[in-house]
Design a protein around this ligand. Structure first.
Ligand SMILES: [Fe+2]
Length: 388
């Protein structure tokens, strides 16, 4: 987590007597990862977080694979996916392996129920939409271009402004974190980091709900969802402190790097997980040597599947993509600029591209659900005769 944070009222010492008016103790709860050895926060509730009324149902989440395993460069037009009711229950899986999963969702509205992902950290890239991420640790307003980092186990819910909502969702089996080489031994983001603590937004307000009743929680674990009924509103936290909470970074606050000649993708790295990295391609001046070729050279992915989500319709080395496209360039096949793109880039002074890249170190599987939005001729688009 970025920094120590606290909201609301907490006792001076942890695990000490802390009473509300009337004399009842505030139930204390540790929320974190890696048992008692990872980052955590201590929360003080009005009610016991354990007061379950009933388990109402449980169902499997089916992530089916494309039955054709042949390697090819692939392109999916995610803007063709229809709107769906829920931002958490109706995500369309697109690409996955055991370490990371990518899905997309265009919710028509918010959930009434509360959601906790107990099997992975979530990174939400807000393609479109505005609203508030409500959580046990308080409220975090979000806007287009935000990365919302939601560590596992944190109960949350979205509240949307009345505008179209579109999320790219990444689930990470390992801990999602700032890149290790950006951090000091004490966790501070270094001067070489393209963003720093000033760019990171934390929950800033903590509404306390004292509401008895029946409230539904949806808990994701072992690729199943379990619906749990609680006897009180779960956002009843009067105070908390620690290093474990949801946070936001806007892609516009990522400071892009530029060289005299082309710099490789690691300079765009924004996050890391176990088995993958996330990079941000942001508007920037091009390389400044008169002989520089701004677009990348052909490259053969080694131990890396490369996924790019195009957050606008421009990308310096690609053609035929659109806002909302996802390309997958798998390990085993080289890729590079499409015909005409290299020559066309020479002498250009800047790019306005905006894209999110996920490089995985183990191969990804394409979901069956992604096949319906696939541009099936993409892998042929490097043919000169297709140059337009
Ligand atoms: Fe690439």
């Amino acid at each position: 987590m970025p920094v120590y944070h606290r909201l609301g009222k907490i006792p001076r010492k942890r695990h000490s007597i802390f009473r509300r008016e009337g004399g009842a103790l505030y139930p204390e709860e540790l929320v974190g990862n890696r048992g008692f050895s990872g980052s955590s926060s201590l929360l003080y509730h009005l009610n016991r977080p354990t007061s379950i009324l009933r388990i109402t149902r449980c169902w499997e989440l089916a992530w089916e694979a494309d039955p054709d395993p042949a390697l090819r460069l692939r392109h999916f037009r995610t803007h063709q996916l229809p709107p769906v009711p829920s931002p958490t229950l109706d995500r369309t899986p697109l690409l996955f392996n055991r370490e990371v999963a990518l899905s997309l969702v265009r919710p028509e509205g918010a959930d009434e129920s509360f959601y906790r992902n107990a099997q992975g950290d979530e990174l939400i890239f807000v393609v479109e939409g505005k609203g508030v991420l409500e959580s046990q640790m308080g409220e975090l307003p979000f806007r287009p271009g935000d990365y919302l980092v939601i560590p596992r186990g944190i109960l949350h819910r979205y509240r949307f402004d009345p505008v179209p909502i579109r999320f790219l969702v990444l689930e990470s089996a390992g801990e999602l974190r700032t890149p290790a080489h950006y951090r000091s031994q004490h966790g501070q983001l270094l001067e070489i980091s393209p963003y720093c603590e000033r760019d990171i937004r934390l929950p800033a307000s903590l509404p306390v709900h004292e509401e008895p009743g029946e409230f539904q929680l949806l808990v994701k674990s072992q690729n199943r969802l379990t619906e749990v009924a609680l006897d009180h509103h779960p956002f009843d936290v009067v105070g908390w402190d620690g290093y474990y909470y949801p946070w936001a970074l806007n892609i516009e606050d990522f400071e892009p790097r530029v060289g005299r000649f082309h710099l490789p993708p690691p300079v765009h790295q924004t996050f890391e997980g176990d088995g993958f990295v996330v990079c941000s391609f942001c508007p920037r001046p091009f390389d400044f040597d008169p002989n520089a070729i701004p677009v990348p050279y052909n490259h053969s992915n080694v131990m890396s599947d490369e996924v790019i989500y195009y957050a606008n319709s421009e990308f310096m080395s690609r053609k035929g993509i659109e806002f909302g496209s996802i390309t997958l360039h798998p390990c085993g096949l080289p890729h590079g600029p499409q015909p005409g793109k290299t020559e066309a880039s020479i002498g250009k002074s800047s790019t306005s591209e905006l894209a999110v890249m996920v490089d995985t170190f183990h191969p990804l599987v394409v979901s069956r659900q992604a096949l319906g939005i696939e541009d099936k001729t993409y892998y042929l688009s490097w043919q000169e005769r297709n140059d337009a």
